[in-house]
Design a protein around this ligand. Structure first.
Ligand code: 13P
Length: 312
């Protein structure tokens, strides 16, 4: 059942975080649903502009719509204004993200406000971003040197003037497989200050992949070249999930599972050219990853409670 993103946040806030997983194809959808059902977790399925242009959007959406007995929201990740309007008009999305974080403070507010007005008229909620995460994501690319933590003092004004429903904050993470090369961690002081100023306002952590070192080792042993790839410590994700971080975005880890499975499958059976053996292993391994991650987030086991909360 597709539900409102805000409802999921209302249930989760301060207790656990909802996993927001990026998907691009059928195998990811199958693995994602299986993992969330196995761990009895509510979740958010995220499509980016890139995912929407990679496949036929209508086919991808139809597959999600036909999904079994799960409870989840559908979210546009890192939209520009035009993509937000397309998604709002499609009637399929529970929420959209307008990413105008590369603009000035006032321009960011103005763009977010325009999207909020259109989205709220249709009961869709809006995530905005304040601060600058490092790395590349869709139309926004930020050098590490230009990355900027969210300034807690700006948050209240930003939220009030833009009308956004949740906020992606830059708290030290970056997109992709190369984070924290110097061993840094999350800026809990920033999370704490924002949560104090904005009680019960859902915060979103982007760049949350933990880049499991076991995956990196196996990928490299099977011919990959991911030197120095590093992610977010899982204990820190668990801690943030009880402090107001209510949505945790994960894309890279799913790609690593895909990469490891396919590299190993073709290395170990070089005569095979059938896509299904690797596809089967991938769906099972991705599901296993989702189960594990939902335990880290605290969303595992929440399904019945969320169902009751939504049907109240
Ligand atoms: P990762 O690259 O760490 O998976 O982050 C993904 C993300 O934040 C998508 O919005």
């Amino acid at each position: 059942m597709i539900v409102s993103t805000q409802k999921l946040f209302d249930h989760a806030y301060g207790k656990y975080a909802v996993g927001a997983y990026n998907i691009n194809n059928a195998e990811q959808i199958m693995g994602l649903f299986r993992g969330n059902m196995d761990s009895k977790a509510p979740f958010i399925i995220q499509l980016s502009k890139g995912a929407r242009s990679y496949t036929d959007t209508r086919l991808l959406e139809a597959m999600i719509r036909a999904a079994p007995d799960a409870i989840f929201a559908v979210h546009l990740d890192h939209g520009d204004e035009k993509t937000c309007y397309d998604c709002i008009d499609s009637g399929f999305y529970s929420s959209v993200m307008i990413d105008a974080s590369h603009e000035s403070f006032d321009e960011n507010i103005a763009a977010t406000r325009r999207v909020v007005d259109r989205a709220h008229a249709k009961g869709i909620s809006v995530e905005a971003e304040l601060g600058k995460l490092g790395g590349v994501e869709e139309h926004v690319s930020v050098d590490e040197a230009d990355a900027k933590l969210t300034d807690p003092k700006q948050v209240k004004e930003f939220v009030e003037r833009s009308g956004c429903d949740s906020l992606a904050c830059a708290i030290g993470t970056s997109h992709g497989a190369y984070k924290f090369s110097g061993g840094q961690g999350l800026h809990f002081d920033v999370i704490e200050q924002i949560a104090r100023l904005m009680p019960r306002f859902p915060l979103v952590m982007h760049g949350s992949s933990s880049v499991p070192q076991d995956e990196v080792t196996r990928i490299n042993a099977a011919g990959g070249k991911l030197k120095g790839a590093k992610g977010v410590d899982e204990a820190q994700i668990t801690k943030a999930s009880t402090m107001g971080v209510t949505k945790v975005n994960i894309d890279t880890d799913g790609r690593l599972v895909w990469c490891r499975v396919h590299r190993e499958c073709f290395r170990d059976d070089p005569e095979n050219f059938d896509l299904r053996p690797a596809g089967k292993v991938f769906m099972a391994e991705y599901a296993k990853y989702i189960v594990h991650k939902n335990k880290v987030l605290g969303s595992a086991g929440q399904l019945d409670s969320v169902r009751a909360f939504i049907n109240k």
